[in-house]
Design a protein around this ligand. Structure first.
Ligand code: LRH
Ligand code: MN
Length: 381
């Protein structure tokens, strides 16, 4: 039973995790980094090859711009993966200094909306059904712009994108507390994203990036609430010690990831309707192993959450047995699920330890030798 549920898991890896990334202080280049989206997809296919549960790859436009998106989708299929969410990018163009879809200048707003609609065209060309919208829009000083007017502009742009979506398509609206804006962010929290999505309709849902909250935020409460409302579209999984650190999911706080997956399962969200995406940057660690480890962290948290004895929990909760109820959850969390996952991988025809299997494959040595010259991929267009 639990193995069947784990075998059904689908985790989407982000194309940008395979490229160079860093901070404002330094982006460290690494050997063997892909130079184009084709090589990124080849690397992502390695993660699926050794974990069996990472069959889709999110793209980011223009970082993954190509002349022929249908050909890129064909290449993905040849590699054993498919293209997942299309991520828009209205945060790197000089014109967006004061905002993109919320910018005071209607000309700039039109330019930003044009990009969002172009991303839907790319969804059509690649067969993707999901558009992920994150806006860096915000202000740095009180009085810089009118908070309410910017919400009107945001709502107008979202409505235009919603209108353009096809029957089977949806968009996921991503919120973030701060950065790059440091006074007010136009989409700062789940409530603002939820309110906009509610007004738009069923094809608009909220994506929870686990690095986008104020310290101390109970993220699993947000998950439970959005699931209850049918407005949880998915996750950008990563972890952090301080801000939007984009570290490997489960690395900084594996217990939080377990609590989140516990609410996902309890709220009926452990389905393929929920997009379980990774959104991470491997600034100093090797990229493909970093993604494999991240997928394994999600598998482990999910296995532990699936192990919770919900009948026993219901009894202890009904009886107000506080310690008893907490113990039921901690028993599951404190269960070592690695042997179970090792067995599952073998039953799936995979090596029990994906990290060791990838390391032994020689793939890294091959790409380090082959990928000489050209421009390594990164966050630059
Ligand atoms: C913004 C964000 C968003 C992406 C970007 C790569 O912080 O989480 O999801 O577009 O990272
Ligand atoms: Mn994100």
């Amino acid at each position: 039973m639990i193995k069947d549920q784990l075998r059904q898991q689908r985790i989407e890896t982000p194309s940008w995790a395979y490229g160079n990334s860093g901070t404002r202080f330094k982006v460290f280049a690494q050997q063997g980094v892909p130079r184009d989206p084709y090589e990124k997809l080849a690397d992502a296919a390695q993660v699926h090859r050794y974990t069996g549960v990472a069959p889709t790859v999110a793209l980011h436009i223009p970082w993954d711009r190509v002349d022929d998106y249908a050909d890129l989708a064909r290449h993905a299929t040849e590699q054993g993966v498919t293209i997942g969410a299309i991520n828009s990018n209205v945060f790197q163009d000089n014109d967006y200094m004061l905002g993109s879809v919320t910018h005071p200048d209607p000309e700039v707003r039109r330019k930003a909306l044009r990009h969002l609609l172009d991303c839907v065209d790319i969804m059509d060309a690649t067969g993707s059904d999901t558009l992920k919208l994150w806006f860096s829009d915000g202000t740095n000083y009180p009085g810089q712009d009118d908070i309410r007017a910017r919400q009107d502009r945001l709502a107008e742009a979202l409505a235009a994108v919603y209108e353009r979506l096809g029957e089977e398509q949806r968009f996921l609206l991503e919120y973030k507390l701060f950065e790059p804006a440091f006074y007010m962010t136009d989409l700062p929290d789940w409530g603002t994203a939820y309110a906009h999505c509610l007004k738009l309709g069923p094809k608009a849902q909220v994506v929870v990036d686990t690095g986008h909250h104020a310290p101390g935020t109970n993220i699993e409460f947000i998950v439970a609430f959005l699931l209850r409302e049918g407005k949880l579209g998915g996750f950008d999984f990563n972890s952090r010690f301080y801000a939007d650190d984009d570290l490997m999911v489960g690395a900084a706080d594996p217990f939080q990831l377990f609590r989140i997956m516990f609410e996902v399962i309890g709220g009926g969200g452990y389905t393929h309707e929920t997009a379980f995406m990774l959104d991470q940057c491997h600034n100093i660690e090797p990229k493909i192993p970093g993604q494999i480890r991240s997928v394994m962290n999600v598998q482990e948290a999910t296995a532990k959450a699936l192990l919770v004895d919900r009948d026993a929990l219901a009894v202890t909760q009904r009886e107000g047995d506080v310690l008893g109820a907490n113990a039921v959850l901690m028993d599951a969390y404190n269960t070592d699920v690695r042997p179970l996952l090792g067995e599952l991988r073998e039953e799936m025809g995979l090596a029990p330890d994906p990290m060791a299997a990838y390391a032994k494959s020689g793939y890294f040595e091959k790409i380090a030798a082959d990928r000489v010259g050209g421009n390594q991929a990164g966050w630059g267009a």
